[in-house]
Every structure is written in C-alpha cells, then in structure tokens.
Design a protein around this ligand. Sequence first.
Ligand code: DGL
Length: 268
Amino acid sequence: MSRRPIGIFDSGIGGLTVFKEIAKILPNEDLVYLGDTARVPYGTKSAATVTRYAVQNVRFLLRENVKLVIVACNTASAFALEALRREFDLPLLGVIEPGVTGALRSVASKNPKRIVVIGTEGTIASEAYGRALRQRDDSVDAKGVACPLFVPLVEEGWWDTEVTEKVARTYLDETLKTGLEAMILGCTHYPLLKGTLSRIAGPRVALVDSAEETARETAVLLEKEGLKNSSYAAPSHKFYVTDSPERFQRVGSMILERTLSNAHHVEI
Ligand code: DGL
C-alpha cells in the first residue's frame, strides 16, 4: 500500500505550487497530478458544480491506484472536501486545514489576532477559512477578500510587476489600513505573488503559504496512516490534464522551475 502514489488534483495549473512543495519534502513518493484544465476556473462556479467535478477528479485518481488524495485547489477544498470524505474511503487532505494551522501558529503570541484570507470568489463566499479559524480559536478576527485578477496575472507570468502591485493595492489597501497580523494565501496561485504581497503588506504581517503547510501536513498524515514510502527508488511524477497539455506545460514549467514536458491529455 505504501508504495502506491499520492494523488493531487486542482482545477488547473496552480496546484503545481502544492505539487512542488510535496515533491520537495517527500522525495521518495510517487506523485500523480490531475489538472482539470478543460473546466478551469472553479473559483467562479457554484458549490454543486465544483463538488461534481471534484468527485470525478478523485474517481480518476483512484484508477491510478493512489493511496491518498490531496485536494490542492482551495475552491474545491472549500466546497467539496466534506462530500468527498463521505463518498470515498481513502485519506483525503484539503488545503484549508493546513493553512489555518499555519495562520494560528503565526499569530499564537499576538493580540489582537487579525487574519485576512485572500482567495477566489468561491473560496471567500464559502467562509470556509473564517469558520475553520474561529472554530479553533474564537479570539481570531478573520475576514476575507476575493482577488480574482490574481490568477490570470500569475498565469501571464506577471508575478512581481508594477501592474500586479497596483491590482494588489486596489484589493488590499483598505484591509491593510485596519491593521493585520497574518494573511493567508488561500489560492493555489498566490504563493507566486509573495514578493509583491510582502512588499505591500510590510514585515509585520505574516504571509501564510497554504501550499507549504499542506506539504507538511501530507508528511504527517502519511506517517500517521503508515503510508510513507520508504523505498529509495527514483520517484515517478505523472501529470494529467483534461485539455490539451501545451499551455499547462508552458506555465507549469515556470511554476516548477524545470521543464515540464510529460503531461498527458485525459477524458474523465
Ligand atoms: N485552483 C483555484 C483555487 O485555488 C484557483 C483557480 C480557479 O479558480 O480554478 O481556488
């Protein structure tokens, strides 16, 4: 069982930020990534639609014989994780709980604990982060800001440009003025904007990267479930997409900082 791959899915390319962190801290694990590029974006779709897509994504990954599924997409984690856990009998990890753990750790000694979550329209409207934060610490003052233009900016490769900074200031200046202790980067693409975001937020605001936190939690979950692969064979990394692979490979190579050329088109 422990020799089986870990399945990771996202609405498209952005989940490669989670893939990259998992590959970094779990170098012995075989990974299978599914990017639902034919149906991206999830961030503007309804909970019912995103849940239906997420169920199909997990069914596909199960055919790849995965031992565990990481829901790398924040919108899918917000809308569909509970339904997936009811439907499937294998360990499933979303990105919200790890992001919440990281945020609470970074404000542990602070008072007040003002946390802003930034994400897609769907993630913010779902209130999933705010609910999870308050459930674990009722002294947290949580708010959410949807930043829908960040995804196309990242996919354009404009991670740290004047335009990106202007857009970020337009979304976040008001909230930053009220004072903040932490900002959760609650979307797959946002870790790539850390340079811009840390500059406008300033050094006192901790930026919480849910991709990094999720990789850490994945390692803990594998250990807990006895699923860690301890073989030292070179790991296999497979990539599947539901649209043609060219754009995924081009933008994905920027995100992974290596050539990505082995993505395959699948119908799910
Ligand atoms: N992967 C999505 C997320 O993390 C962003 C892109 C989309 O809207 O599908 O919420």
